[in-house]
Ligand binder design. Structure first.
Ligand code: FMN
Length: 238
């Protein structure tokens, strides 16, 4: 609405704007307004291409890209061993077994089970979502972008993604390694944790993975700043 607002200015200047969605229109919205960008990044090359796309478009519309944080969803499933994490993945997903994960994959992607070979290399083009489909285009792009840069079979792909987000499976150390991996070279600025079960998986992550991240010097031991803007290190608006 026009005219002054009769409330005090927010301590954050204006609320931080989080954006999600990666169709052409979604990227345009991210470039113009997004500060925290939720997205589906399943690999390093896909993440670098996504961040470059958003930041290049932001520059085109006259924005400073240093005010953009790429924080993809992350599903972490922790076990005493990687094998245990794999079994937990099968249970938490509701699929029950690896065969269940593969059947779900085939159904979700419209693949005929009669001819489905879970050990054949998947073709990325087959998984590119229609830009005009009725539900989030961005959600579908994660898989097609993953397959663009890596040759994977369905058996491998079902262990790389859950709920369309990046899946990391293993011991707390293995999970921490995978988290740091895409973060330390700046591919991502952080993550949006998507625990399969709440609060159990949040507690387990806090108890087992966060101390490792702290010991490695990549996660704070104390809260710094008062606002979410401070915590994301985002600039204050004039
Ligand atoms: C909290 C929240 C998180 C979301 N995360 C994602 C996401 O990571 N990826 C995505 O494609 N859509 C996500 N969405 C959904 C999109 O914002 C929404 O479906 C949008 O219309 C999709 O736009 P698109 O077709 O441009 O991808 C999220 C929505 C909410 C409310």
């Amino acid at each position: 609405m026009r005219g002054p607002l009769n409330v005090p200015r927010s301590p954050q200047g204006h609320p931080v704007i989080a954006q999600a969605g990666a169709s052409e229109g979604g990227i345009e919205l991210a470039a113009r307004h997004g500060q925290i960008i939720y997205c589906n990044i399943l690999s390093r090359p896909a993440g670098q291409a996504f961040a470059k796309n958003v930041k290049d478009k932001a520059i085109e519309v006259g924005r400073d890209p240093s005010g953009i944080r790429i924080v993809p969803g992350l599903v972490a499933i922790i076990g005493e061993t990687r094998e245990e994490a794999l079994r937990k993945h099968e249970l938490f997903s509701g699929a029950g077994s690896e065969d269940g994960l593969l059947t779900r994959f085939a159904k979700e992607n419209g693949i005929d089970l009669a001819t489905f070979d879970p050990d054949a290399v998947l073709e990325a083009e087959r998984f590119v979502p229609d830009q005009n489909r009725q539900w989030a285009v961005g959600m579908g792009l994660g898989l097609s972008e993953l397959l663009t840069y890596e040759k994977l079979t369905a058996r491998q792909a079902v262990r790389r993604t859950e709920g369309h987000h990046r899946l990391v499976l293993g011991t707390p150390e293995q999970v921490a390694d995978q988290i740091i991996d895409l973060w330390e070279d700046g591919t991502v600025d952080g993550y949006t944790l998507q625990p399969p079960r709440a609060p159990d998986d949040i507690e387990e992550f806090v108890e087992k993975v966060v101390p490792i991240l702290q010991d490695r010097g990549v996660y704070p031991r104390d809260y710094d700043g008062r606002t979410i803007r401070d915590r994301y290190g985002l600039p204050y608006p004039d």
